[in-house]
Design a protein around this ligand. Structure first.
Ligand code: SF4
Length: 315
C-alpha cells in the first residue's frame, strides 16, 4: 500500500507556526503513524497571512456561527479566515486525503468543544474552529480527529482503522471501478463492518445484493457512504466477541476439543476485559491458517492495520 495522505495542523509536525512562535510536536503522529502516512500540513492562521508571532485569537458570539477575534486589539478575522479556508478546501480536493488530524482547542483548527465567549465574556465549550468547520462541511465523509482525542486507545484505533479502510477502498476503485471490484472489497471487509455495526452490515449486504439494479456511480457512492458511517461507530468487546464467535463457526468441526475449549476461553477472557483483542485475534488467525479457511483467510478484520501500531493491545 502506498502511504496514506492525511491533512494535519502544521504545528503538530513541530513547525514553529503558533501565535507564540512555538509548536505542538506530537511524536506519535510524526514518528509512529508517520511511517505509514504522508502529511499535507495546513496552518490556517499563518496561511491566511498572519505573522509568527502574532496576537492570540478566540471565538465569540453564537456557537453555531461565531466570529474569530484577536485577544487584545479585538480585530475581527472572520472574513479573512473564511475566504482563505474556502480556497484551501478546494485546493485540498486535489490531494486525495484520507483524513485530517486537527490541533485540539484551537479557534481556527479545533474540531470540537472549542470555547466560544458570549457578550459577558463567559465561555461555552460548544464551538468548532473556523477552518475545521469549513473543512468538515466540505468533506463530510472523511475521517477526522484531533491529537488530544488520539491519545484515547479506542478513538485512535477507530480513526486509524478508518483511514486504512478508505485507502484500500480508493486503491480498489483505482484498479477498476466496477461492480465486481466493489463486491470483492465488500466480501473482504464484511467482518470488519460487522464488528462496528451489525445494522450497517445488513444494509450493505442488501445493497451489494441489488448492485445490478443500480447505476455504477450510484452503487459506489451509496456503498462508500455506508462504509464510512459504519466504521465511524465504535467497536465494543461485545461486538468483537460476537464476530470472533461467528468466525469459530467456520472451523469448529476441525478443531480438537482442547483447541475449541481454549479458543472459547480466550474469547470469553477478552469479552470480560481481562485480555486485549490481539490475543483472540492471534489465536483465531492461527487456526485460519492451520485449517486454511478460504473465506476467513481474506478477512481484513484479522489484519486491518499494521501490527506495529499495537492498536489492539489495550484492555
Ligand atoms: S492550531 Fe492551527 S492555526 Fe494554530 S498554529 Fe496550529 S495549525 Fe496553525
Amino acid at each position: 500500500m502506498e502511504k496514506i495522505k492525511l491533512g494535519i495542523s502544521t504545528c503538530l509536525l513541530g513547525e514553529n507556526v503558533r501565535y507564540d512562535g512555538g509548536h505542538k510536536l506530537d511524536r506519535f503522529l510524526t514518528d509512529t503513524l508517520g511511517q505509514y502516512v504522508e502529511y499535507v500540513p495546513a496552518c490556517p492562521e499563518v496561511e491566511c497571512g498572519l505573522t509568527v508571532p502574532r496576537e492570540s485569537m478566540y471565538l465569540e458570539g453564537n456557537p453555531d456561527s461565531p466570529h474569530l477575534v484577536t485577544s487584545h486589539t479585538k480585530q475581527d478575522m472572520t472574513n479573512r479566515m473564511v475566504r482563505w479556508a474556502q480556497k484551501r478546501v478546494a485546493e485540498l480536493e486535489r490531494e486525495d486525503l484520507c483524513g485530517f488530524i486537527f490541533k485540539s482547542n484551537s479557534p481556527s483548527s479545533g474540531m470540537e468543544r472549542i470555547k466560544v465567549y458570549n457578550e459577558k465574556g463567559i465561555p461555552v465549550k460548544k464551538g468548532v474552529g473556523m477552518f475545521a468547520r469549513i473543512f468538515m462541511e466540505h468533506f463530510p465523509l472523511l475521517p477526522v480527529e484531533d491529537e488530544g482525542r488520539l491519545h484515547d486507545p479506542e478513538l485512535r484505533e477507530n480513526f486509524i482503522e478508518r483511514i486504512f479502510a478508505l485507502k484500500r477502498w480508493r486503491e480498489a476503485l483505482a484498479k477498476k471501478e466496477s461492480r465486481g471490484i466493489i463486491v470483492e472489497f465488500h466480501t473482504k471487509h464484511e467482518l470488519l463492518i460487522l464488528s462496528h455495526s451489525p445494522r450497517h452490515y445488513q444494509a450493505m449486504g442488501k445493497l451489494v445484493a441489488k448492485a445490478k439494479d443500480l447505476r455504477l456511480k450510484e452503487f459506489c457512492s451509496q456503498y462508500q457512504t455506508l462504509l464510512m458511517e459504519a466504521l465511524k461507530l465504535k467497536t465494543t468487546s461485545k461486538k468483537n466477541s460476537n464476530v470472533l464467535m461467528h468466525m469459530t463457526g467456520y472451523f469448529k468441526e476441525q478443531l480438537s476439543s482442547d483447541e475449541r475449549k481454549e479458543l472459547l476461553e480466550v474469547i470469553d477472557f477478552y469479552r470480560k476485559g481481562h485480555i486485549p483483542l490481539i490475543v483472540p485475534i492471534t489465536l483465531t488467525s492461527h487456526y485460519v491458517r492451520k485449517y486454511n479457511q478460504p473465506y476467513l483467510k481474506e478477512q481484513v478484520y484479522l489484519n486491518p492495520h499494521p501490527l506495529e501500531l499495537q492498536l489492539r493491545n489495550h484492555v
